[in-house]
Design a protein around this ligand. Structure first.
Ligand code: UDX
Length: 468
């Protein structure tokens, strides 16, 4: 099919590339001219595993082209809207860009088009789109609007697109539902050349769930908010573990063995970030508020997450005593591994607070440093974790990059001023770190080592005395 994708961000670019990979002829537009020029010249504007190779492959056979919004509107029988919906100051999603695209489609498109909202939008946006298209349509445009929420995780988005658990479609006409099924047919049947796996392992075919537009829109916000709630829940359990003397890893393992709970998204740490969870939770609260539903449960999820950085800073302060003048190696700036995205990353608040308190920060991230430089200009960017650790009073792990698991700890032991590691993602093994000669502090895994046990008040005693 001839498909258009409007917006070449993480979602749009992955969508365009993967739709071309499964056989469609795709035109992708981008309104940021510098970014568009990069894409047209074969330069990636962002880092996402496998995406560059997929784009190269499909461009080489002419199935993916980049250009203007006007060209995209003229091209596709179906048009995916993948523009940004950033948060406004009050938590609402800013729908300006979506509105602008809808107006442009209404004014320029002719014949029949399927218009698909893929950006994360509040419930009833589909209904608004329909209304808006009919108000502004000047060329006798006939159309359907469908919702097709994306569940792509940055870092694995190509794999998630091609091998999803579910494809959710919200369509209010049989024609729209049939077209959506046709677009996704190769993925539903898992019949395409997979660019990620050679000899793709047999997996369960994805579920194709067709529903009405409002329900599809709600599925996205409800899913992300639920996952964020799971993370905040385990983070509170981690706090409790630190006070009573329990190991959150074991608690999460025990909980996750119950299939009704499941083990995923029970990793405690310095908090969730990225461009989805923080804004989607806020937007969902606002949607509920406007509909007269008190969803204050989610306000707590957000508050707990906002306190994570401060909680971790307290650990740093406790270990360093005086932060001013200390050299701190920060490993990881991206909001999670395998991405260069630093939007709403906990690293930003953490580094700013350390600088405010007078620390010197030497940071290293395998992918995110270019994006971090304008946001965090007052730190030193290093070319590897060893350089960042040179003379450091503490190594602070903020993102669990695989690379940090395979380091030469003897070399690091001699490079640092003090062998202290504060792990905000629980990625290392406490016993192993003690054996390597480091004082190791993580999240919710108290008491962790005999050494730390000896140097701290017995948590069980202090808990008992606090109660009594
Ligand atoms: C998320 C959703 O997973 C995806 O389905 C949706 O379409 C977009 O939003 P993404 O933002 O890429 O994807 O990141 P995800 O892997 O979900 O992680 C979000 C944040 O939660 C990260 O900061 C991560 O470090 C944190 N996290 C995740 C935890 O702190 N603990 C966990 O157990 C899992």
């Amino acid at each position: 099919m001839k498909l258009s994708v409007i917006g070449a961000g993480y979602v749009g670019l992955t969508t365009a590339a993967c739709l071309a990979q499964i056989g469609h002829e795709v035109f992708c537009s981008e309104s940021d001219l510098a970014k568009l020029a990069k894409l047209q010249n074969g330069v990636m504007p962002l880092f996402e595993p496998h995406l560059e190779d997929v784009i190269k492959g499909v461009r080489a056979v002419g199935r993916l082209r980049f250009g203007s919004t006007e060209e995209a509107i003229a091209w596709g029988d179906a048009i995916f809207i993948c523009v940004g919906t950033p948060p406004l100051a009050n938590g609402d999603a800013d729908l300006c860009a979506i509105e602008g695209v809808a107006r442009a489609i209404a004014k320029r498109a002719t014949g029949y088009r399927l218009i698909i909202e893929k950006s994360t939008v509040p419930v009833q946006t589909g209904a608004q789109l329909r209304k808006h298209l009919s108000v502004h349509s000047t060329n006798g445009l006939r159309y359907d609007v469908a919702s097709n929420p994306e569940f792509l995780r940055e870092g694995t988005s190509v794999e998630d697109f091609l091998h999803p658990d579910r494809i959710v479609i919200g369509a209010d006409s049989p024609r729209a539902a049939d077209l959506m099924r046709e677009i996704y047919e190769p993925i539903i049947k898992q019949e395409f050349t997979c660019p990620v796996h050679s000899g793709c392992p047999k997996r369960k075919d994805p579920v194709f769930l067709a529903t009405d537009t409002n329900s599809a829109e709600l599925i996205k916000h409800a899913s992300n908010s639920f996952l964020a709630m799971k993370i905040s829940f385990i983070n509170m359990v981690a706090n409790l573990c630190e006070v009573v003397g329990a190991d959150v890893t074991k608690v999460a393992e025990g909980m996750g063995l119950d299939p009704r709970i499941g083990p995923a998204f029970l990793n405690p740490g310095i908090g969730f970030g990225g461009f989805c969870f923080p804004k989607d939770v806020q937007a969902f609260v606002r949607i509920a508020e406007k509909s007269g539903c008190d969803f204050s449960l989610l306000n707590e999820v957000e508050k707990i997450n906002q306190r994570r950085v401060e909680h971790f800073l307290d650990k740093i302060r406790k270990e360093l005593w005086v932060v001013r003048g200390k050299k701190i190696a920060v490993w990881g700036l991206a909001f999670k591994p395998n991405t260069d995205d630093i939007r709403f990353a906990p690293s930003i608040a953490l580094v700013k607070a350390l600088l405010d308190e007078g620390a010197e920060v030497n940071a290293y991230d395998p992918e995110a440093m270019e994006k971090a430089k304008p946001v965090l200009p007052a730190i030193t960017y290093c070319s590897n974790p060893y350089e960042a650790a040179e003379g450091a009073d503490a190594i602070v792990i903020v993102t669990e990059w695989e690379e940090f698991r395979q380091l030469d700890w003897d070399r690091l032991r001699s490079a640092v001023e003090r062998p202290l590691v504060l792990d905000g993602r629980n990625m290392l093994d406490p016993t192993e770190m003690t054996r390597r000669g480091f004082h190791y502090v993580s999240v919710g895994r108290f008491p962790m080592t005999p050494e730390q046990n000896a140097s701290t008040t017995n948590p069980v005693q202090s808990f008992a005395s606090a109660e009594g």
